[in-house]
Design a protein around this ligand. Sequence first.
Ligand code: DAK
Length: 260
Amino acid sequence: MEFKNLLIEMSDGVATLTVNRPQALNALNSEVLTELECALYGLEQDAGAKTVVITGAGEKAFVAGADIKEMAAMTSYEGHQFALKGQRVMLFMEKMHTPVIAAVNGFALGGGLELALGCDFIYASAKAKLGFPEVTLGIMPGFGGTQNLSRLIGPNRANEMIFTGKVITAEKALAWGIVNEVFAPEELLAKARETAAAIAGVGTLGVGYAKDAIANGLNMTKEDGFRYEASLFGVLFATADQKEGMEAFVVKRKAVFQGK
Ligand code: DAK
């Protein structure tokens, strides 16, 4: 499928999805959000796409936010629909069994930071800048930012970022646990793809169920989470990948997983 605002490149089981609207610093308008929803849905169905890396086109930005020029004219109803559309993208990334890594190559502001937080983890360029400037525009985060940031780093730091609108450096985002690793700008994408390819090479069913257990378990009591984990663990014993992985270990050869 051809997209107007996205590029998709496949290699070694890794799909690199680039938000490609550099003239607006890759800002998310309704069209981009619709395309992201379609693209992610397509990648989840595509057995060849074992992991996804999301990044932004150009030198300057990952995604500089939801599109302010489009939002400026929205009615309350349209604003609500716009928030629901963005939230569908973030929630879908969480529900996908395919892991999604954000490679934050520059500004990740507002909806851009929400897109990164919707991914399973974030790698950032040393020149990345992250923040939630919504309050400076008279609004608040609307694509799940209040929920995802506070769950990730706790309410106190999330409160400070969201109430002030202050933009932080990649280094601070690393110290606060928002990003997993920081790389030189020219290394970022290769490092993200390297990790994505490593994940693509292991038992992807196990990875997908682990993602499910972590994401859903966070909303459960610990005991329910343990019970949920045990049932998914049991399901894996009905798969060819479990037989292959364990047999390969026993006979000391490299496992070849098929994702079934
Ligand atoms: N939207 C639209 N266009 C944007 C944009 C954005 N978020 N960010 C940048 N652009 C455009 C600029 O307008 C400019 O376009 P032209 O004027 O050339 O046509 C072009 O990209 C280049 O930007 P600059 O000239 O400003 O570049 P600089 O290097 O000088 O500055 C900057 C870079 C990232 C510091 C600056 O562009 C900036 O401050 N951008 C806005 C960042 C921002 O405030 N982002 C948060 C947006 S609010 C909700 C749903 C969603 C959300 C909230 C609620 N519900 C419906 C409840 C989410 C909200 C947001 O994300």
